[in-house]
Design a protein around this ligand. Sequence first.
Ligand SMILES: [Zn+2]
Length: 222
Amino acid sequence: MAQTTIANCSNSSSSIIYSENEDFLHNFDFSSIADLQQVHQEKTLIVLGTIKQVCAEREWYCFTCIRCQQKVVKQILIHHDQSQDKEVFYCNTSSYINKVIYVVHSFKITIIVKDITGSVSLALYDSDAKKLIRKNAQELVHEFYKVGNNEIYPSALNILLKKKMAFKIQITLDNLNNKTEYYAISRITSNNTIIDELEKIMKMDRVKFFTLNATIIIVIDS
Ligand SMILES: [Zn+2]
C-alpha cells in the first residue's frame, strides 16, 4: 500500500491511504454526534450527518506554506514608522524553520453538521473543500474581496449545505484538554453504499439506546 502524505492547514501527519470502504466501515468506530461528548481519549471516529450551516463566526480560509501546504506562523515585524509594519510568515515544518516563506490561501471552513441526536462543529480543510466547491480558496478570496462585497462568506460555500455525508474526524488531545467540541475532518465521503451502511448502524445504535433506557413495566396477573 502506498505511503502518502496528507497535508493541509492543521494536519501535518503522514498516513496510509485506505479505500473509502475500509476507512468508513471497518477501520474506525462509528459514533452518533451526541455520543462524541462521551469520548475521553484521542480517537478517530466516523460520524454521519447533514451539513446544516457554514459557520459565519469563523474565517473560512487560512494561510498555508506554498511549498508544503502546511500551516504557517504569522509574525508582524514592527517598523518604527508604523505604516511600514510588515506581515511575515514562517513555515511550521522543520526544513524551512526560521525562513520567511510565501503563503497561499487554503480552505478551513467551519461547518455545522447534524444527525438525529445533535449537531457539532467540524473543520473542513482544503482538499475536501475544493472537491465539493469546485473552486480553490485563492480564486474565492480574490473574488470575495473585490470592492462592494458585504457578505460574510462567499455564496459559493452554500453548495455545501444540505449535503449528507460521512465524516472521518479526529478527537485530539487539544479537544479533550480544552473541552472544545470542534473537530478536524480528515476525510469525507458521499458514497451512497457507505451512507446506507452507516445509517443501518445508526438505527441499530438507537434501538439499543432506547431499549437500555426504556422503563420496564411488569404486569402481574392477579
Ligand atoms: Zn512549508
